[in-house]
Design a protein around this ligand. Sequence first.
Ligand code: SAM
Length: 329
Amino acid sequence: MPEDQLIDRYKRHLNYLRISITDRCNLRCIYCNPRLPGKKLQHKEVLRYEEILRIARLSVRLGINKIRVTGGEPLVRQGCCEFLEKLAAIDGLDDISLTTNGILLKPHIDTLLSAGIKRLNISLDTLKPEKYQQITGYDGFDQVWEGIQRALEKGFHPIKLNAVAINGVNDDELTQLAELSFQYPFHIRFIELMPIGKTAAPGAGPLLIPEIKKRIQTLGNLIPIRRTINDGPAMRYKFKDAMGEIGFISPVSNHFCSECNRLRLTADGHILNCLLSDVCEDIKAPLRLGLLDDDLKSVFLKAVARKPFQHPENLTLLTQPEPMVSIGG
Ligand code: SAM
């Protein structure tokens, strides 16, 4: 049983930790990873796997029961699968999942499976190879698609495909992406573009969920799926007779702060209590000074105590100057 509950001032129960294991990525997505050379963390600045595991164990004792591993691109960090295996062995964790761009998925599928990962989120904003290259800076669509197919064959479930919808970039493909849910058991999730960091996201204006929903409803009625406690921010729907689902994540048009149950651990060892906050608590320094778990626990509790009720209504690039790749999406 958890020793303490991570409950904030607004009575939100924080049971979900997102762990970014690297700020490096093998893609340069226009909305996530600046194409201009930027500052990357030095090796010694990044938490070592043993350090992350210690923090994860502590977080579980405090009430975290759900962990998602992300980055940067988690699969570019050497030893990622061995780390995941150790993470999955922590007693008290009900759910571990991985967010990946899928480029390295195929060669890692078997190791991920034996590490105990069953749930995958894979970023896929387009079904057109050329556009994939335009968005990510790399000609990797086929690699990702093969990885997704292999994950399907191996029984990963759910496989969530995350598409950030951007006007003038992939707005012409919303129905094709949604159509995948008829043929495959994928959860296709449309995400509103957040203005984070100084990335190259085009200024074509946001494409918000109500508009996305309207456009894909040309495929049929979207039937709401009853929400469960583990759903997170996605509003879930299904087309009649479809194998998969459609999810909408609306951080801009209808933010879900009042239900936020998350904390984040950044690759450089800070606990961030809100994606759009620039206030974070350093847990690496006390850990490396050799402090005991009780002192590290107080770092968690401080982050929880300072969790804002919501992020600013009016999101601007200034709200969060760091790009998503550095924070850990
Ligand atoms: N490299 C992995 C990947 O591509 O899935 C994990 C890290 S990435 C930062 C995690 C998720 O954040 C991706 O699904 C990506 O689409 C999303 N993301 C990144 N920048 C975003 C932005 N500006 N607005 C909305 N979603 C964003």
